[in-house]
Design a protein around this ligand. Structure first.
Ligand SMILES: C[S@@+](CC[C@H](N)C(=O)[O-])C[C@H]1O[C@@H](n2cnc3c(N)ncnc32)[C@H](O)[C@@H]1O
Length: 399
């Protein structure tokens, strides 16, 4: 169980584009990584205790029944002193993470911008298009308390948003996504190798790729494939492309494009259309439109795969739904709650992926043994120590 302690922050600075932390900045991230872990584990358990011993009995006494949904649980829990304390600590940890990441990045922004320009120069694999508008549902909010969100710039043409994003993933995940924050992408590679041994997709598309950290492992696993990462936010693409270059990845293109409008790609162009922790940040209107457009550009026989947190269902206790909903009400994730209650399978079916082609599967992050020497291998029992997702996938019917 040594993996329970996050590795020191310095272990994650493994590519040339990564913003360099000073001693105290690394120490702050180390504190936050451990604090987040403590809040999720030991302190988080206090929420269940508060619910079972105080909040639920009081609710039953007042209403003569159990809470019916996650919203009723939230209203009741928001009056509980332990939950309020825990919630305030968690919100503060996120604000501190953003403050630390921003101060690391801003003090070395000249150097980071210059380095990105160097990595990006002379390559035809970064296509920015200033005509692509940031969707209203993205522009209206500083998503998960990230000042300026993904598209904000300190000055025109900079990489600040991408650099801050990369720099702080360690603190929010306790290093569980590995030295390159790519445990999700590594997991995709493991999954497809087991699911379709020998399959080699010719073209792969990642929607809402941000800095491309989770699509780089696929580009590396399929070096013959043409891999395209799209996003509406230029600063994360500039950083992501430079990062991929620093890692020596040449078959990955970064394109500024709205996933709702992918007219540049013909029907059936890609063998694999991927989203990773993306759908929960889309508005209720854009999500079905993006899935429809994704199905259009997917080749017959191709794979659509969405890596996400599990959808809420009748089988998931309302208390768990309430806890999972925390980010929606405390961490600027305005679509999280509604998105996790959507009928994703219905939306995929309407978009042209019949239900009998769909599947739901669990995908576990691949723990990085270079920083967690005792971490379990992908096929070993991990006793819940590594991050997990649910994936909602479909193989498009062949024509
Ligand atoms: C939660 S992040 C995705 C995380 C990333 N895929 C990963 O592997 O961790 C959401 C990203 O989607 C982008 N985005 C939002 N709406 C979009 C749209 N309509 N088209 C393309 N990108 C979009 C945002 O700019 C942001 O970078």
């Amino acid at each position: 169980m040594k993996q329970d302690v996050p590795p020191p922050y310095t272990a994650v600075t493994q590519h040339a584009m990564f913003p360099k932390p000073a001693h105290d900045e690394a120490a702050r991230y180390n504190f936050l990584a451990n604090f987040n872990k403590h809040m999720a584990g030991t302190l988080g358990a206090g929420n269940k205790l508060a619910y079972e011993t105080r909040v639920l009995p009081a609710f039953r006494a007042e209403h003569g029944r159990n809470p019916q949904d996650r919203f009723e649980v939230r209203h009741a829990m928001n009056r509980d002193p332990w939950h309020r304390l825990w919630s305030a600590c968690r919100r503060n940890a996120m604000e501190m993470r953003q403050q630390n990441g921003r101060s690391i990045v801003l003090r070395q922004l000249d150097a980071l911008d210059a380095l990105a320009r160097e990595f990006n120069a002379g390559r035809d694999t970064l296509t920015l298009n200033p005509k692509v508008a940031v969707p209203r549902y993205q522009a209206a909010v500083d998503i998960h308390c990230m000042p300026g969100s993904y598209h904000g710039e300190e000055r025109p043409g900079d990489v600040s948003a991408g650099a801050n994003y990369d720099s702080g993933l360690f603190a929010t995940t306790g290093g569980q996504l590995g030295a390159l924050n790519d445990g999700g992408g590594q997991a995709l590679v493991e999954w497809i190798r087991r699911e379709r041994p020998g399959w080699s997709p010719r073209r792969i598309l990642d929607l809402g790729a941000t800095i491309g950290h989770n699509i780089v492992p696929l580009a590396q696993a399929f070096p013959e494939a043409e891999v395209v990462a799209i996003d509406t936010a230029a600063p994360v693409l500039r950083y992501g492309h430079a990062r991929a270059q620093a890692l020596g990845v040449r078959n990955l293109r970064f394109v500024q494009m709205d996933a709702e409008h992918m007219e540049a790609f013909p029907d059936g162009h890609f063998d694999w259309v991927q989203t990773t922790m993306y759908l929960h940040e889309l508005s209720g209107k854009s999500l079905p439109a993006i899935i429809r457009e994704g199905v259009r550009v997917l080749a017959p026989g191709g794979l659509m795969f969405h890596l996400e947190q599990p959808q809420y269902s009748d089988d998931m206790p309302v208390f768990e739904q309430f806890l999972r909903d925390w980010d929606a009400f405390n961490n600027n994730e305005p679509f999280w709650s509604a998105m996790h209650a959507l009928d994703l399978k219905g939306i995929m079916a309407e978009a042209g992926l019949p239900r009998d082609c769909q599947f739901v599967t669990g995908v576990r992050a691949v723990a990085d043994r270079s920083i967690f020497p005792d971490a379990p291998a992908p096929d070993e029992e991990d006793y819940g120590r590594t991050a997990r997702w649910n994936a909602y996938g479909a193989w498009k019917p062949a024509e």
